[in-house]
Write a protein that binds this ligand. Structure first.
Ligand SMILES: *Cc1c(COP(=O)(O)O)cnc(C)c1O
Length: 420
């Protein structure tokens, strides 16, 4: 595999950006590789600047559920561009997107469009605090909710890989109100509510964790979170930035049959453009400015180009009744090949992670037992065989509708032949 051009570009990038990247995991540090520079992507494939072709299971970390460059999405974006790139004012598309979201995720009675998952979560937590007049937030170890100050406590993803327990630059006082519990461990949540019950504004959770690798919720866990928040006058926030429109058209809440008070969406909802959403119960969202006193704003929020991409993507997902079944079948095949290779993996719908530990991974501490050196070997093996996966143990493989049966069967063959 020739990666000369990527290497040259990376040297150049290092002069301008910390680690040469605009988001840390992309630097491929934990797998000790030079990042590939991408030239273009189409369907299930991604191409680097040296002309190598890969089957892509990163899918831009989730958004590309329809594959790269879906023609309807591209067409919608082109049309929107002809009308101007940003207005900073109301337009019809905002309503259309809101309707599409609400129709599929009815718990989002009122919502607001923002620009990133980080912003959506930060704003949802602020709304929860404003509504309840309480300060404390319960999050789970290994769950990632973006990089806002208060939530960078035992966060997953890049922070796990780089072993930065918390971020520098976050004053201790900013995380004083962040309480951490253990994912899938009801006792750990109960204890926090016994101690701080009257001060807890909300629980925020990835309904299926995917930022410590994929870790599905145990039977009854989400229902338990629903009940304990209700009993204590706290709100339940599902961070569905990954799971929204991924596990089902109605997100994780439909998939597991548990309804939160507030939901955050990102990734898929923007159809590949920077767009995210927070929303939920009407009475909570009515606390947000200008109706209420919880301030939140955005110059580019509701950007017409991003909105057009979101609408086109959601319409395509909505129209195709078999899509989620197909995704599930393809992911199931990948899982079978992992089993054949004797690999330990978790799968939920079209999300998969291989772990290099003998134990079943159910939370952050079991995920952390995975041998990242072995993961790095697995990663390199896949890459050398033309398969592009996330360069970190603590991420998911994403299956898209563009992955053909041929792509899947080839990938299965490669995975099933993996040996350490
Ligand atoms: C990706 C992600 C975020 C952050 O979204 P950005 O758009 O990267 O800011 C938040 N929560 C979850 C669950 C995510 O996977």
């Amino acid at each position: 595999m020739n990666t000369e051009k990527s290497e040259r570009l990376y040297k150049e990038a290092l002069k301008f950006m910390p680690g040469g990247v605009n988001s840390p995991v992309r630097a491929c540090r934990s797998v000790e590789k030079t990042p590939l520079f991408i030239d273009r992507a189409a369907g299930s494939k991604i191409y680097d600047v040296d002309g190598n072709e890969y089957i892509d299971y990163v899918c831009s970390w989730g958004p590309n559920i329809l594959g790269h460059g879906n023609s309807e999405v591209i067409e919608a974006v082109k049309n929107a561009c002809n009308g101007g790139l940003t207005f900073g004012a109301c337009h019809k598309g905002e309503i259309e997107l809101a309707q599409l979201i609400q129709k599929n995720i009815p718990s989002m009675e009122m919502l607001r469009l923002v620009n990133s998952g980080t912003e959506a979560v930060m704003s949802a937590v602020r709304a929860a605090r404003g509504f309840t007049h309480r300060d404390k937030v319960v999050k789970f170890e290994g769950c990632y909710h973006g990089h806002s100050d208060g939530l960078l406590v035992k966060a997953g993803s890049g922070l796990l890989t780089n072993s930065i327990p918390d971020s520098a630059g976050v004053p201790k006082s900013y995380t004083d109100n962040t309480l951490t519990a253990v994912y899938n461990d009801e006792m750990s949540v109960k204890e926090l509510f016994e101690k701080y019950g009257a001060d807890i504004a909300c629980i925020i959770v990835e309904p299926c964790a995917a930022n410590m690798g994929v870790v599905p919720p145990k039977e009854g866990f989400l229902r338990f979170l629903r009940d304990i928040t209700k009993e204590n006058g706290a709100l339940l926030i599902f961070d569905e930035v990954i799971t929204g429109f991924r596990l089902s058209l109605g997100g994780a809440q439909k998939y597991y049959g548990v309804t939160p008070d507030l939901t955050t969406l990102g990734k898929i909802v923007g159809g590949g453009m920077p767009l995210a959403v927070y929303g939920g119960k009407r009475e909570v969202m009515e606390c947000v400015a200008p109706l209420g006193s919880v301030y939140q704003a955005g110059t580019l929020s509701g950007n017409p180009i991003a909105v057009s991409a979101g609408i086109a993507a959601l319409k395509a997902l909505e129209r195709d009744k078999d899509l989620y079944d197909r995704l599930d079948k393809k992911a199931k095949r990948l899982g079978e090949s992992m089993k054949l290779a004797g690999l330990n993996f978790n799968r939920e719908g079209s999300l998969l992670t291989v772990f290099f530990t003998d134990e079943k991974v159910v939370d952050y501490s079991t995920a952390k037992k995975s041998d990242c050196k072995k993961f790095a070997l697995f990663y390199s093996y896949l890459l050398e065989n033309g398969i592009y996966a996330a360069p970190s143990q603590f991420e998911a493989m994403f299956v898209s509708d563009a992955h053909s049966d041929l792509d899947i069967e080839y990938t299965c063959k490669v995975i099933s032949e993996f040996t350490l």
